[in-house]
Design a protein around this ligand. Sequence first.
Ligand code: FAD
Length: 415
Amino acid sequence: MTPTQVDVLVIGAGPSGSVAAAYLHNQNIKVKVVEKNIFPRFVIGESLLPRCMEHFEETGLLDCLKQQDFEIKRGARFLRNGNAYSFDFAEKSTEGWNWTWQVPRADFDKTLTDELEKKGVDIEFNTEVIEVTFNEDGSSCTTVKTPEGTTETILAKFIIDSSGFGRVLPRLLDLDAPAQIPKHASIFTHVVDSKRPAGEEGTLITFDVVKDESWLWVIPFSNGITSLGYVGPTEDLEAFKGTPSERLQQMLALSSHYHDRFIDCEFIFEPIIIKNISKAVTQLYGKGFALTGNSAEFLDPVFSSGVTFATESGLLAAKLATRQLRGERINWQIEYADYIKNGVDVFATYVREWYTGNFQKIFFREQDNVQIKKQITSVLAGYVWDTSNPFVKKHHRIIKTLAKVVDIESDPHTS
Ligand code: FAD
């Protein structure tokens, strides 16, 4: 069979690949998407950040999402030992979106790909990339397994690898690097939320710290289903015994706030366990390709940054590939890798400091400072490239310093 020829091949039709493909198609670049699964398919990553709304808006994907009646997310709540820290995105210091959604990803991702197909983007589902070879000029030949079990080849001038945890090019080109965040694992499922309380309590996204480094997530959807998950050090998860369902029940029992609401809920599917969830790569691009979304980096679910990085990197890679195809010389190190890494580094600091306990000290101190809270809310909304925010610019030091101030304030000998 004659190989298909395209300008850009996008591997994977999650949010990263969808945003990339939408941009390329809008620019009249010949793009093809290959996706291993048939949609709708389950994937985790259900709590979004306001920043990603800009990416959907810019690529013409916002209206189809708005029609779906997903649960609006205006902020989030963290609980620990009966204390609560809530924030509202409307109170952030950086200009930008004040809300986003909390979504069942099967429906969300299907909405995106339906819209892409409506716009005329060529997407092959049930088609898995199994081999990629690059020529010296960066052009490539990709072998895919078709739904019929045969193989076909696709010739592309550029590849955007948005294959998520499939990590196609990192595996084929041996690009894996040690993870930024210590070894963490997660276990999660969906439940019919039959005891969901009325009002905000019923719909609020909450992260409930049940041990120093371990926490539960509660993500209610507009369809009456709620996502429940537990995240912590891998050895902590391994200390729970029994089937995945029995283990998640034991974890839910640790939450005084949620115990009664969820303890009798039937799990819609046997809880899924993922170990060592943080991923990193030695390089974010190479001649003829860029890695985006989870195929490149994943830190930790604690601040819900995954989808936002996926769409930020997918959109940027698509923009740079477009300029390159039009004959411009692109400095991928500066314009892509350094930019993405700057944002990832900011979030990595907050994730790390969450698990050292320093960030939790700031969250759960007795008195909030309004200006500090606004600036931290900007970070938590995904605005991690706003260097006018000291909590972005000085992220390496500022959380540690502030945590020391909280220690001094709460020391009875210094008051
Ligand atoms: P994906 O959405 O994973 O899409 C990749 C696609 O590539 C898939 O559809 C897959 O089928 C396809 N693919 C894979 N291999 C191949 C192949 N060989 N050929 C063709 N196609 C292929 N993020 C958040 O923003 N909020 C959260 O609350 C959140 N919670 C999380 C909780 C846990 C426990 C974990 C592990 C992650 C969480 N994340 C969260 C991260 C989130 O899951 C990802 O960041 C996000 O899904 C990345 O999107 P993506 O488009 O890069 O990849």
